[in-house]
Design a protein around this ligand. Structure first.
Ligand SMILES: Nc1ncnc2c1ncn2[C@@H]1O[C@H](COP(=O)(O)OP(=O)(O)OP(=O)(O)O)[C@@H](O)[C@H]1O
Length: 974
């Protein structure tokens, strides 16, 4: 059916002369229809196509990251590393100052009294000191003076308690000085009652030579009780012996006097740490212990950015749009991998250069290549890990949340494992030596591998403190050759005699490389098997099928003979699930279309849709009541050079039909053959001849109109040579040429729609799907777009969904009305109106006087008595003429035209509007399901539409008078 069969657009529902608008718009662009139909595509081999797509994607990334978001990019790859290094630098400086202060000239401090004992918990009953022998007068006297000294220094009285003889007697309060039978008792008591006693003194005096008495004692001290477990420098023990010695001196001078009465000798002892010259002993201990944490944080900046960017692109369906334009998934990922690899390379360079500038030992004393590759490989591994995560999420907010979660986990992990070199190396020893999956899994965490490498670097460049000798062991540096030999034993941290066994540093690089490959593989695999935003996914074994690798695809399409075979296969499959029987209530035109489509002897059409059906299942393994049949047994054909306008309420199944045909979503049954390519099997081939303008705009807010055409056109395969011409031609056609260099984010809704519509026309598509292309456009621009579409459809097929009756009326060579997943009516606008409409409407303008009006009514009733008067206000008479009495029209029209009685000032005639037809069909389709109230509402709507149509008609009649006057004036002047 050619476009000339359409109803003339002369009487448009809103009174505008569509044909006129069309003509003006065409005129405005120049008559260059041939431009639109010539081929724009370059012929390229598969590899050339990949190469070209790669360049296009890299150009897009360059535009976005360098031209548009330069500040954000610099902040990310230069700012973030510098900020983290600066923080490390400040912390390191503070720490070094602290090291210098405490070591170079330490202060002295006096010895205090002896700390009170404490039990398992603070102030539990305990024994401060046991002594033996219990009844030696000299010992008792000395211990008395000792108690006096303790009271003097601490104010606490330690009495000599009653002797303890049973190892099982526990103290009921804090005891001072407890006499015990012998040293063995102290031993047994301590084992029987751990952590109850603080000190034990075993006296062994010898007074055999009165002039040279020998005082001997042994001090037992309980490490975990003394100084409450923190007497690292022996300060408490020195205090104890100091007080004992004071008591001995006092006793030696006055052996026979009451100990409480004698003058106690006093030792005034001060302690001072050993001074040493610090420069060779300060170390970058902060970089050593916190470096991994800080550099992990720096890498997280790019990590979170990846999650946000890629998931957002998926969420806004931009990635899908690019794929619809022919972008290969592999190129998408490779271009992102490379883009972020470049960012990581720069960030790593900045880190190394500034690390050296800040004079960190880890950076100064290590080979630059070792440092650089460590940061670079770590960054790449984190990037691929982020790519993998993007395949699991659909919303960017969730992506960012996951990023933050990783951030916290990684931060805790790095702080826990790597802030102490010893713990870090023990974990690594476990990974290398313990044969457990749990430990081995750690190797797949990039920051675990990075932690080890950085630990090796800092250990070799910064050295370590030997706790035994409290000296600093300087690291020899990290030359390239060191990569292959483990950190030498003298540098490895020890715990007592224990030294962990660790692998050579290069192993961490290998594992980082493994991580990159591992997450790269997971990204590819999950990207294929996890359902996308349209629910499309591949089976887990997809990579075993030859078609995935491009084998066995009939990319040349089916010729005239093959399509017959295709039809038989589809019909046979449909018959198996009962789709072969026609619906009883099918409209006769729909039934005819169905027979034409399924008739194998009928001519070959540009597009043939057979038994197409789509069910949205709510459960993947069983049928449920809430499964939604969105398209049911659709059979249709399209001829080249025609446009089908699909009308229907929300949820009727229009978008689903388009989504199936364009390959966005798979059909449940049936198939469509588009220029010889099967929608089910030849998606790639269809994409190359298809253009799509989805219902939502597929625009990057930060790319300009020109850049959009370069991107999408480039992906389609338009040569650079043609690009400039196409860009100008198309942007002028949709009146965006003047704003071609403005970002799409700044466009109004209508401008965005025009750009989206335009994108669908590039690349010389043979079939174009347009989802509500003119939504939100003002009437002037809408007419321009219509004119463009009308001209563009030559040699192509266009399928368009719309809610605008006017649009369907103006553009549709055929109009399909969908309701409840089925096509209810199909045909030209004229056909639909005459078949489903109430007939014609005639309006006549007369004098507004009652007398003239009555005369007119009587006269008209003579010509067509069956006419129904719809309105008679303001001098206008509007009649509905039923289709059944169409035969009486010519005589009546002749009367109106000749106006023999002089009562007709102006008159007009129109058909029932498409909107009326639409509502009528919907009412019929829904009739069975509607409640009386809903039916009444629908009836009201129909009446309202009728009234509006009548008003328009009067206005139209008025316009006709005006036009007539204008014409007369024009003729007069010529
Ligand atoms: N992904 C989906 N999962 C489940 N049901 C869906 C899905 N997409 C669409 N549907 C359902 O399928 C039916 C047809 O939807 P479709 O989007 O094709 O309608 P439409 O005619 O394009 O409507 P609109 O004019 O609002 O765009 C609706 O009932 C809808 O709720």
């Amino acid at each position: 059916m050619s476009s000339t069969e359409k109803e003339p657009i002369a009487v448009a529902t809103n009174g505008t002369n569509g044909d006129k608008a069309h003509h003006q718009a065409t005129h405005a662009f120049g008559d260059d229809a041939t431009e639109y139909t010539r081929s724009e595509l370059e012929k390229r081999s598969y590899l050339e196509t990949l190469g070209r797509q790669f360049l296009i994607m890299m150009t897009r990334n360059y535009t976005l990251y360098v031209k548009r978001y330069i500040q954000a990019t610099i902040a990310q790859i230069v700012g973030a590393p510098i900020v983290f290094l600066l923080l490390l630098f400040i912390l390191q400086k503070a720490d070094t100052a602290q090291q210098l202060r405490s070591n170079y000239h330490p202060l002295s401090y006096p010895l205090s009294g002896i700390a009170q004992c404490q039990g398992a918990t603070f102030r539990d009953p305990c024994i401060n000191l046991m002594f033996t022998p219990p009844a030696d007068p000299a010992v008792l006297s000395i211990m008395g003076v000792f108690a006096d000294g303790q009271k003097n220094r601490t104010g606490v009285q330690w009495n000599i308690e009653s002797p303890l003889t049973d190892v099982n007697t526990l103290p009921t309060r804090v005891l001072g000085l407890v006499p015990v039978p012998n040293a063995d008792f102290i031993y047994s008591y301590s084992l029987a009652n751990p952590n109850v006693t603080q000190y034990g003194i075993v006296w062994n005096n010898n007074f055999s030579i009165p002039s040279a008495p020998s005082f001997r004692y042994q001090v037992w001290f309980n490490y975990s009780q003394v100084g409450n477990g923190s007497d690292v420098f022996g300060q408490d023990v020195v205090s104890l012996t100091r007080q004992l010695d004071e008591a001995i001196i006092s006793y030696a001078n006055n052996p026979n006097v009451d100990p409480t009465q004698i003058q106690r000798a006093v030792y005034d002892i001060k302690l001072k740490d050993w001074p040493f010259i610090p420069p060779s002993t300060t170390s970058d201990s902060i970089v050593q212990s916190l470096g991994t944490v800080f550099f992990f944080c720096a890498a997280m900046v790019i990590f979170i950015n990846i999650l946000n960017t890629i998931v957002q692109e998926k969420e806004l369906k931009l990635r899908h749009a690019m794929q619809m334009m022919g972008l290969k998934s592999s190129i998408y990922w490779v271009s992102y991998f490379l883009t972020y690899a470049i960012e990581t390379a720069i960030a790593s360079l900045v880190t190394c250069v500034f690390g050296i500038a800040f004079q960190f030992e880890a950076f100064k004393n290590a080979n630059f290549g070792v440092l650089y590759f460590t940061f670079f490989l770590f960054g790449l591994a984190m990037n691929t890990m982020a790519f993998f995560i993007t395949t699991l999420v659909r919303r960017s907010s969730v992506g960012v949340l996951i990023g933050i979660f990783f951030f916290i986990i990684g931060l805790l992990f790095e702080s826990f494992v790597f802030s102490s070199g010893f713990v870090g190396y023990i974990w690594w020893e476990n990974v290398s030596t313990i044969d457990s999956t749990g430990w081995k899994v750690l190797l797949f965490i990039p920051f675990f591998n990075f932690g080890k490498m950085f630990l090796d670097i800092t250990t070799l460049t910064t050295g370590r403190i030997d706790l035994l000798t409290n000296t600093y062991i300087q690291g020899p540096g990290f030359p390239w050759s060191q990569l292959y030999s483990p950190v030498p034993n003298n540098l490895l941290p020890t715990y007592g005699d224990y030294q962990p066994i660790v692998p050579a540093p290069v192993q961490s690089w290998y594992f980082l490389l493994v991580d990159i490959l591992f997450y790269g593989f997971l990204t590819w695999y999950c990207d294929n098997i996890i359902p996308n935003e349209f629910g499309v996914y591949r089976w887990p074994w997809f990579f075993l099928t030859p078609s995935y690798w491009g084998f066995g695809i009939r990319s040349t399409g089916r010729d005239d003979k093959q399509w017959g075979t295709w039809l038989n296969t589809v019909k046979a499959a449909a018959a198996r699930i009962g789709l072969d029987k026609p619906d009883d209530d099918d409209d006769e035109d729909v039934a005819t279309e169905r027979n034409r489509t399924l008739n194998p002897s009928d001519e070959s059409f540009a597009v043939r849709i057979a038994h197409l059906r789509k069910v949205y299942f709510q459960s993947w393994w069983r049928k449920t009541k809430s499964d939604k049949v969105a398209v049911n047994n659709l059979n249709m054909t399209f001829e080249e050079g025609t446009l089908l306008a699909l009308l229907g309420q929300n949820g009727a199944g229009k978008s689903t039909t388009i989504n199936i045909l364009s390959g966005m979503t798979p059909s449940t049954a049936g198939d469509a053959l588009i220029y010889g390519f099967s929608v089910r099997e030849d998606q790639d081939a269809i994409r190359s001849i298809m253009g799509i303008c989805p219902q939502h705009d597929i625009l990057f807010p930060d790319l300009t109109a020109e850049e959009h055409i370069a991107l999408y056109g480039g992906l389609k395969g338009i040569s650079y040579k043609t690009m400039a011409k196409i860009t100008e031609e198309r942007l002028k056609a949709v009146r965006l040429w003047n704003v071609r260099n403005q970002r799409a984010g700044t466009y109004s809704g209508g401008m965005k729609r025009r750009l989206s519509m335009m994108v669908s026309t590039i690349g010389d598509p043979k079939i174009i799907f347009m989802g509500e292309p003119t939504t939100g456009m003002d009437p002037v621009n809408r007419r321009h777009v219509w004119a463009f579409i009308e001209k563009f459809k030559k040699g192509r097929v266009i399928v368009l969904t719309t809610h605008s009756m006017e649009e369907a009326d103006v553009l549709g060579d055929r109009i399909g009305i969908m309701a409840h997943s089925r096509i209810r009516a199909l045909g030209t606008s004229l056909r639909l109106k005459s078949k489903f409409g109430a007939g014609y409407r005639i309006s006549v303008v007369t004098d507004a006087t009652t007398e003239v009006m009555t005369r007119a009514k009587l006269k008209f009733a003579e010509y067509i008595p069956e006419s129904i008067l719809e309105d008679d206000s303001a001098g206008a008479l509007i009649y509905q003429i039923p289709s059944a009495v169409m035969g009486k029209m010519p005589a009546f029209v002749k009367y109106l035209d000749t106006n023999p009685d002089g009562i007709v000032k102006a008159w007009g005639i129109s058909q029932t509007t498409l909107e009326e037809v639409f509502l009528k069909l919907i009412r019929e389709a829904e009739g069975r399901d509607l409640s009386p109230q809903q039916t009444a509402e629908l009836e009201q709507q129909i009446q309202a539409v009728k009234r509006r149509a009548s008003r328009d008609h009067i206005a139209l009649a008025g316009d006709t008078v005006e036009m007539k006057k204008l014409n007369e004036a024009g003729e007069g002047s010529s």
